[in-house]
Write a protein that binds this ligand. Structure first.
Ligand code: ZN
Length: 263
């Protein structure tokens, strides 16, 4: 349990460090490099478009990260203690999380990167957090590849160029041909790639469960799937205008969980 509690502190710190490093690299390396491009037109220059897109992705990733923590699942204190009181609580979607030390309604899983339980109240923000973190990481990787390609005059036209970049740049780093800052960006490229793919996979898996009307906790417990249309399941999490809810994350589209909270 001590190891899990420690992970619950280390993982959010790790996430915030990666976010800060990404922001610093974008602001002080990638954006200035794009502004140096002499072929760029004054209006809608690549630097301006890149800055706007990165701002949109990172704001939504960090905004939803905060909302996941803010909208943490209800603490059902009444379910703790005597077996008789526990029996009154809705089941089997309720679950006692040992890390948070509380009973949560429609529990999905405990997320160590947000240090919080994921349930009906913050599921929408969690899915959007995974989606926008994935997009921000993959986009940072593309911007980083463009930066490395320009400063080291490397072509990424060959499909294997990205895979061979790390071993060749390590040997060049020790021979002095690659600077420390460039080597750091190259290492970050692989980290962004790994986080981007992991978050995309997690997001897709979570969306599949939402479409089926299931939580991760119910899958583990072997609870049968509710016989409901997938649109109903999607509306429960993302609201009636679910497509708008996916595209404009900060916009409250009146999901079922929001309505329950407002009551
Ligand atoms: Zn928890």
């Amino acid at each position: 349990m001590l190891a899990l509690r420690l992970l619950n502190v280390v993982a959010p710190a790790y996430f915030l460090c990666i976010a800060l490093v990404t922001l610093v690299l974008q602001l002080f390396l990638f954006l200035p490099r794009m502004r140096e491009d002499p072929t760029a037109a004054r209006l809608f220059s690549p630097a301006l478009l890149h800055g706007a897109l990165f701002l949109f992705l990172s704001t939504n990733a960090l905004g939803n990260y905060v909302l996941v923590i803010q909208n943490s699942p209800d603490d059902l204190d009444a379910c703790q203690g005597a077996e008789a009181r526990r029996a009154l609580c809705p089941s089997p979607s309720t679950h006692f999380c040992r890390v948070c030390a509380r009973v949560t309604l429609r529990h999905d899983h405990h997320c160590f990167f947000t240090g919080n339980c994921i349930g009906s109240r913050n599921m929408r923000n969690f899915v959007l957090f995974c989606l926008y973190t994935s997009l921000a990481c993959l986009y940072s990787m593309v911007a980083g590849v463009a930066y490395i390609s320009a400063v080291l005059s490397i072509s990424f036209a060959h499909p294997l160029a990205f895979l061979t970049l790390l071993p060749t740049s390590i040997s060049q780093f020790f021979s002095g041909a690659v600077l420390g800052s460039e080597m750091f960006v190259i290492l970050m490229l692989y980290l962004w790639f790994a986080i981007g793919l992991a978050c995309a996979g997690f997001c897709c898996h979570q969306l599949l469960l939402i479409l089926r009307g299931q939580t991760r906790h119910q899958v583990r417990k072997g609870v049968a799937v509710r016989a409901r249309p997938w649109r109903k399941n999607l509306q429960e999490v993302f609201g009636k205008r679910w497509l708008l809810g996916l595209l404009v994350p900060m916009f409250n589209v009146g999901s079922e969980s929001c309505k329950q909270r407002d009551k």
